[in-house]
Design a protein around this ligand. Sequence first.
Ligand code: NAD
Length: 482
Amino acid sequence: MTAPAVSAPVSPEDTALTYDDLLAAVTDPSGREVLDPATGELVGRVRERTAADLDDAVAAVRAAQPAWAARSDADRVALLHVAADAIEAAAEPLAELLSREQGKPLNGTGARFEVGGCAAWLRATAATPLPGGETVGDPDTPAVLNYRPVGVVGAIGPWNWPMMITIWQIAPALRMGNTVVVKPSEHTPLSVLALLHVLDGVLPADVVRAVAGGREVGAGMAGHPDVDKVMFTGSTATGQAIIRSSADTVKRLTLELGGNDAGIVLPDVDPQAIAEGLFWGAFINTGQTCAALKRLYVHTDVYDAVCSALTEVARAMPMGRGLDEENVLGPLQNRAQYEIVAGLVESARESGARILLGGDPDPQAPGNFYPTTLVADVDDANPLVAQEQFGPALPIIRYTDVEEAIAAANRLDVGLGASVWSSDRDAAREVAGRLEAGTVWINSHGMVHPFIPFGGHKRSGYGLEFGVEGLKAVAVPQIING
Ligand code: NAD
């Protein structure tokens, strides 16, 4: 494909990209092995880039930025739609590569959902009203607030939703006239390279470039004098390192960091009615989701009923290799994360907590599969509650007074999301307003929407993504006064 006929639609017939074509475009025969977390088989090989490659990529996107910013907003909107068309046309091979590399199932809220979400998010970002134009003061000589591009945006991503998070970072940046360098996670580089390969076919040269590499490439980006803003999604510890590396250049940052989201179930719920929502709130992407439900506080009046309804739902959800169409849960993406989950469940078991389901991985089985695990009667101070498990193990804590549950939910130094579950929406909203979290959902958990701002509280980070606020975050406000 050639770039960029601004409004030319891309159809599946135009691309007919196969899985083998896509893999061949991103794999390097002499590169590092990338293994399938479900089987240990080779997926492909990635060429690790260096700090010098980062410099080249930054120089290229910086050179391309003025022309990109000089295009009309209508052109950029049209190109975001063409980019969405291209992703839809390549959706099946993209989903297959994502499933093989990340481990997530094709079905459910898995790889096809993520690829579809990338296209949908590009279109929603294209449809978001531009910020700016507000006037204050004397009508003849008003002060006008406008938003200019930042320049070059660096996008550093994690391994759990590698394609979706890349789109969350680059779509608003492009809309606002910035160009972007993307540093994918070392665990899922091929998925991101494949996504950007598809976009390369339809976007002007060098508006987005990828530099696959390790931590040092990310650190280099955070300190780079020609990167004007870093959008980072990942752990709190890495976010703290990025703050330090970016200090000398006073770089703008959006930090979407770790969480340990609490859910509070009030005594008036119907346990059967909420069980499936609770399950997917916690186990979306096999628990490897920043804003998943990670500790569940249930009132003692409904505790046993909620535990048993949740266990029934969880028992019925098939886990296995992502490419097998029946599965809706997959492996942990990497062994280090598997060890974290296994260790935390052991700490709960040793403390006398009751394992309702799972907790018994087969050490001989191939892949990083940890079974769906529910842990009851666990103490609030247990590491399985106090630390982010980021996997398929949910602690369920009993409470008797809602004040106690609110205090427990707010006790930690992170606050990404939270949820309140009740038949009385007003009562739930009242509790929600007292929780220290960037988003509090009522009777659901973790659903994000491209027009609803999303961001963390406390050590879950700062800055907002999505909607008009997300566009402002990749722009520089300028007041023209007089
Ligand atoms: P991570 O912090 O280990 O890595 C994320 C990225 O940062 C990778 O690309 C890595 O190479 C890079 N990196 C590592 N050290 C760096 C440094 N010193 N400077 C710059 N970049 C560096 O995170 P992860 O393990 O990939 O992701 C899991 C974590 O991400 C969890 O804590 C999860 O809660 C969080 N997360 C948050 C959100 C959110 O929106 N808040 C979304 C997804 C994941």
